[in-house]
Design a protein around this ligand. Structure first.
Ligand code: 13P
Length: 248
């Protein structure tokens, strides 16, 4: 097996949740924790980024694919850089569904993030019917292909991936560790066809109903390098227990 330098990463995606009080509580909990063997990222809604300044590594939940201009309601990579953002979630299934973000738009957003030296956390994942009809791997491959064609395999060295099966998001129905590992191994193997070193080193997160009680088993799978956490990232105690599972 190829050696790698992967470090576990846990990213909290607050989605459209949280308030100033939660920012303070989360800052306090993370400040008191000792998490030396892993990385933590918080992706709060845009207005709260500034409040976290210099206390945690930050990610945004979205970016515009454009540099600037007449795009009402959008936020540019340059603005996020001013607020010390290091990561950006791209292609979350909720944005693909709510905002009609196609694979092509997702690929442009990844490119835009990379151009600004932000680390895209590219999300892929299938709806339940795709898993049931046996086309799971084709579906994931097509999502990866759109980005591979846009930016090329070399850029994947500067990215993080997240496998988030749509049927497991916010449902309490977690993928089993075996199901997660199977898809993570597929993703790594798919990238390895183009570059074995990049494939061996890319961090692949699992997302979908991760909790303190299931994190350790999921994160101990060979190709699972941490998690992208929704609901449980809104409770400092739960989030900390997930981070501790990754810290071991
Ligand atoms: P839940 O952890 O609430 O299932 O959400 C997962 C997710 O969508 C993270 O981006």
């Amino acid at each position: 097996m190829q050696t790698n330098n992967r470090r576990q990463l846990v990213a909290g995606n607050w989605k459209m949740n949280g308030d100033k009080t939660l920012v303070k509580q989360m800052q306090q909990s993370l400040a008191e924790a000792s998490l030396d063997n892993m990385d933590v990222v918080i992706c709060p809604p845009f207005p709260y980024l500034e409040l976290f300044a210099n206390t945690v590594k930050l990610g945004s939940q979205n970016i515009s694919q454009f540099d600037s201009g007449a795009h009402t309601g959008e936020v540019s990579v340059a603005m996020l850089k001013e607020f010390n953002c290091h990561y950006v979630i791209v292609g979350h299934s909720e944005r693909r569904a709510d905002n009609n973000e196609s694979d092509a738009v997702v690929a442009l957003k990844v490119e835009q993030g990379l151009k600004a030296n932000l680390t895209p956390i590219l999300c892929v994942g299938e709806p339940e019917d795709v898993r049931e009809n046996g086309t799971l791997f084709d579906y994931i491959a097509a999502q990866l292909d759109a980005v591979l064609q846009q930016v090329g395999i070399q850029q994947f060295a500067k990215m993080v991936l997240a496998y988030e099966p749509i049927w497991a998001i916010g449902t309490g129905k977690t993928a089993s560790p075996t199901q997660a590992q199977e898809v993570h191994a597929f993703i790594r193997g798919y990238l390895a066809k183009q570059d074995t070193n990049i494939a061996a080193n890319i961090v692949i997160l699992y997302g979908g109903s991760v909790k303190g009680s299931n994190a350790q088993e999921l994160f101990s799978q060979a190709d699972v390098d941490g998690g992208l956490i929704g609901g449980a990232s809104l409770n400092p105690e739960d989030f900390l227990s997930i981070c501790q599972a990754a810290n071991q």
